[in-house]
Design a protein around this ligand. Structure first.
Ligand code: GLU
Length: 496
């Protein structure tokens, strides 16, 4: 196993990371961990107009939440830092100058107005190639000197060879060749001294000794420009591996119309990081086309780049929900309770998850919902009766079919007496008593439990009743039976 693998995730901090991007980060991380290589986080913030204020923090939070730890990066440093591109401007400027000096690049003085007009004309003429016409590449020395003297702002462009082809090998897409005539003279350094993505990515991948560039397929058309830059610098390019796109169930690019797309939104919707990780690993990669559940360690062990599909991966929300349910059911109840705490705090209006942890027996609460939820956000609605001061239900529900109000009332009184004698935790004894009461009164046990369920929870469908009562405690249960009895009496009172 080689230890020379150095791979990177290089997001631009333009917003909360998209699950499609993070899927690429996951493949990259898995490859690093599988090979014992290094996973590097580099922030590509050279397009300052598109930056978002929380972008960097959202990237760090998304990766940390999923446990995709990095060996080198903006916060942890490393031997090839800084890992934020806006802090490396001098390096890019130096290399842009080097390309100018070697004749691989040239200064372009074209104004934005000229470029827009050129583009519109090309579109109107239905030109097969829309792009820069290389106008400034062929300026005479005198013209160039005149423009410089006038103080006209300039960018630096790559002088793409006018003939021939650029070819490279992609691990997933195979051999790729493109006619140089179709490659634009890409801007490398902008008027403000910032590099474009293309210059920065090549300079950084080289300087950070990246062995494999694993990134989304949308960058495949840019790869020839990068190869030309490697050639111009005389550097050996890394191995390229363009990862399949992530589509929605309708096979269109995964976007807002399919629902949430940011990793942090999935966290807030109650998905477990280990479930999302497992799910994302299978979007565009599979081990044997049938195994679905993989722990993080198993993924690291079995992951390989050659099993990544060339076709797009589909993000199937139903499958994610199913998988999340599998992971929730496999949790230790204490662990599940702990993870429910922030959601309960939010839904119950408590100040913090810790307050929930102090106030309630979360392990017992987790036990009530563990088999019944697919997402952590679904828990509160199933157990909110535990926290209510007053239950809101139609008292007529206290009278089961085929029974009358008087019988229901006597059931409530007798059940009250039973509850007072028993510990709520002794479910077996409690159940035996309630069944004995059913026999004695000649009513079905189901009717007794039905009355009790409404009285204690206010709902007809709840988690298992006796464990719910154990969480609620004896005093609360008895008080709720008393309230139910009063409501039944009021229902029954003659109307004058
Ligand atoms: N900064 C690019 C992005 O945000 C990364 C492209 C690359 O990995 O080369 O997608």
């Amino acid at each position: 196993m080689t230890t020379d693998v150095r791979v990177r995730f290089a997001p631009s901090p333009t917003g909360s990371p998209h699950v499609g991007n993070i899927r690429s980060a996951l493949f990259t991380w898995l490859y690093a961990r599988h090979t014992g290589g290094k996973f590097i986080l580099r922030v590509e913030d050279t397009d300052q107009k598109r930056e978002s204020a929380t972008g960097l923090q959202d990237i760090l939070d998304s990766l940390s939440w999923l446990g995709l730890n990095w060996d080198e990066g903006p916060d942890v440093g490393g031997p090839y830092g800084p890992y934020i591109q806006s802090q490396r401007l001098e390096l890019y400027q130096k290399y842009a100058q080097q390309l100018l000096d070697s004749g691989h690049a040239y200064r372009c003085y074209c104004t934005p107005e000229r470029l827009t007009a050129l583009r519109q004309e090309q579109i109107k003429r239905k030109d097969s190639h829309v792009g820069y016409d290389r106008h400034c590449r062929f300026l005479s020395d005198a013209e160039r000197a005149e423009l410089e003297a006038s103080g006209a702002p300039s960018v630096i462009r790559l002088a793409v060879p006018l003939e021939g082809q650029t070819s490279f090998h992609d691990l997933i897409h195979g051999d790729i060749a493109i006619d140089n005539a179709l490659v634009d003279d890409q801007v490398l350094l902008k008027t403000d001294g910032f590099p474009t993505y293309h210059l920065a990515v090549v300079v950084d991948d080289h300087h950070m000794r990246i062995s494999h560039v694993t990134r989304g397929e949308e960058w495949l058309p840019s790869a020839p420009k990068h190869i030309l830059l490697y050639d111009a610098f005389g550097w050996t390019p890394p191995v390229f591996c363009h990862l399949p796109r992530v589509l929605g169930p309708d096979h269109k690019k995964l976007g807002k119309r399919h629902g949430a797309t940011s990793v942090l939104a999935f966290r807030d919707m109650g998905y477990l990081p280990e479930a999302l990780l497992n799910f994302l690993a299978l979007v565009g990669w599979s081990y044997d086309d049938q195994t679905e559940i993989f722990s993080r360690e198993e993924l690291i062990r079995v992951f390989s780049l050659d099993k990544i599909s060339a076709g797009p991966g589909v993000f199937n929300h139903e499958k994610l929900d199913w998988m999340n349910g599998v992971y929730i059911r496999a949790l230790d109840p204490a662990d599940l309770g702990d993870r429910l705490a922030p959601f309960l705090a939010r839904d119950l209006g408590l100040t913090s998850a810790d307050e929930v942890r102090q106030r309630y027996d979360l392990t017992a609460i987790a036990g009530l919902v563990q088999e019944r939820i697919l997402r952590l956000t679904e828990a509160t609605a199933k157990i909110d009766f535990l926290f209510a001061d007053k239950l809101d239900y139609d008292p007529a529900l206290l009278i089961p079919k085929k029974l009358d109000a008087a019988t229901a009332l006597s059931v409530l009184r007798r059940v009250r007496a039973i509850l007072q004698q028993r510990s709520m935790a002794d479910e077996a004894a409690l159940e035996a008593d309630l069944r004995g009461l059913a026999d004695e009164l000649g009513v079905k046990a189901g009717a007794i439990f039905g009355i009790l369920r409404i009285a204690v929870t206010g709902q007809t469908v709840t988690p298992p009743l006796l464990p719910s009562m154990a969480v609620l405690g004896q005093d609360a249960c008895v008080a709720r039976l008393d309230t139910a009895a009063r409501r039944l009496e009021a229902l029954n009172a003659p109307i004058d």
